[in-house]
Design a protein around this ligand. Structure first.
Ligand SMILES: [Zn+2]
Length: 458
């Protein structure tokens, strides 16, 4: 078999793995490159395979860096099914529709500029539009976890629980040439929501993410205790508490922990606003699932005691409702996107609260270099929001334990039982891989870290 990584090769985003077997071609994930102009330019490059020649596509989970190029794949000729779990199909629908809308809006903005500059003819079209997204969505073919799926050339596929986000799975492919397992993204074993990944069966080749292979996350107990401690301190200051959050997994985690902390009396009850239409849609999906959760979370859902609705929760839908929250003073919790504070409704909450010494900003997610979130996390005294200078008087706290990704020990706990002869490391920066690879070599595994579009034969 021959594997070509058309993304997430010595970088984190753009997961897209092409597998050529005797008589068939498969693709696992088809994600968008994200994080700066150089990486994003790769999205416009042709795929290093012919989309029309693929027999099937399998998708591990709904994050944009795993599904974001599916519309392009279909636009460029793919006509087969896109297999994924039902929950992943539901998540990916929301993500792809939102991404298409953003592509269209960005393009319209660029077009207005280009028209004024007399350069409209030089401007490429949007990467994909809503019609392209719908064409990809129409190809989703949901498959239950653990149920074997027969594919051409006597290949059998199986999705297995990965513990990363709602619906996330890893993919095991049993072929006449041996078994190859693709981890997708693996969850943090200390998650407060999702159970750990199912232990993999033995495999010949393991293609595994290594995002945090050089890190150890704090324990779940420490993270939850720190969250409560930060909330207590923030409430004592008397102002609003802003929690910028990703829409998928992180927002639901924060809601669940708020519910537990307020429900048990560990922290006082305060009004909570989920001010993100996308996070609201994702929360609805979490509320309608039961199979993906830790037993205590599933039990609450089955009892009808919604684990994602703290007392006093308001879902704000319209922009007007969102703006009305600005009038709230004195201790409301506001959860809004975007997670790295690069856009979205969190910006107007930052503008109205950062200058207040009684307000608090609680950072619960990764902040990439160059983002407003990172500047605030690093202690910036003054920032610009909507072009306006804002003095930062609010308290800024970071809680590091909320990662949805496996850390070093989680990865080893997944890799060792798979007893793979060859391990292909993907979805990580070179530093994380280079630190991790020797540890696998010591354990007798052959380790490969392929470059983009560089084929590896097994
Ligand atoms: Zn992911």
């Amino acid at each position: 078999m021959r594997l070509t990584c058309a993304g997430a090769a010595r970088t984190v985003t753009g997961s897209c793995h092409h597998l050529e077997l005797d008589g068939s071609q498969l693709l696992v994930d088809c994600g968008l490159f994200q994080g700066g102009a150089d990486l994003e330019a790769l999205n416009r490059q042709p795929f290093p395979f012919d989309p029309a020649a693929l027999d099937a596509v399998l998708v591990t989970h709904g994050h944009l860096d795993h599904v974001g190029r599916l519309p392009l794949l279909v636009k460029r000729g793919y006509r087969g099914p896109i297999h994924c779990t039902a929950a992943t199909a539901a998540v990916a629908k929301v993500i792809l529709r939102d991404a298409a809308k953003l592509q269209e809006e960005d393009h319209e903005r660029a077009l207005r500029k280009a028209l004024r500059a007399g350069r409209a003819h030089e401007l490429p079209g949007p990467l994909f539009d809503s019609d392209d997204a719908e064409a990809a969505i129409a190809r989703f073919a949901p498959l239950e976890m653990e149920r074997p799926l027969g594919l051409p050339a006597r290949v059998e596929a199986r999705f297995r629980h990965a513990g990363h986000v709602l619906g996330s799975a890893y993919v095991e492919l049993t072929t006449p040439d041996g078994r190859i397992t693709f981890s997708g993204d693996l969850g943090n074993r200390e998650s407060s929501l999702h159970p750990p990944a199912v232990t993999p069966d033995e495999t010949d080749v393991l293609v595994v993410e290594a995002t945090y292979a050089d890190r150890t996350h704090p324990s779940r107990a420490d993270t939850e205790a720190r969250f409560e401690e930060v909330l207590m301190r923030s409430f004592a200051r008397g102002g609003n508490v802003l929690i910028p959050s990703f829409a998928l997994e992180r927002a639901q985690m924060v809601l669940a922990l708020l519910k537990r902390a307020m429900g048990s009396g560990a922290v006082p009850r305060r009004p909570v606003f989920l001010d993100s239409p996308m996070a609201t849609r994702m929360t609805r999906l979490y509320q309608s699932a039961v199979h993906d959760f830790l037993p205590e979370v599933a039990a609450e859902l089955e009892r009808g005691d919604d684990p994602f609705e703290p007392p006093g929760l308001t879902y704000t839908v319209s922009t007007e409702e969102s703006k009305r929250i600005n009038a709230v003073e004195g201790g409301a919790v506001i959860i809004a996107g975007s997670g790295m504070m690069t856009g979205g409704r969190i910006l107007h909450h930052l503008k109205h609260n950062l200058w207040r010494s009684e307000a608090s900003l609680v950072i619960v997610g990764y902040q990439a270099r160059g983002t407003l979130g990172r500047a605030l996390q690093d202690g910036a005294q003054r920032v610009r929001v909507f072009g306006e200078e804002i003095k930062v008087n609010a308290q800024v706290d970071t809680i590091t334990g909320f990662s949805a990704h496996a850390d070093h020990d989680d990865l080893l706990a997944f890799i060792e039982p798979a007893r793979a002869g060859t391990v292909v490391l993907v979805h990580a920066e070179p530093e994380a891989m280079d630190a991790f690879a020797p540890q696998l070599t010591q354990r007798g595994m052959r380790v490969v870290t392929p470059a983009l579009a560089e084929p590896v034969t097994f």
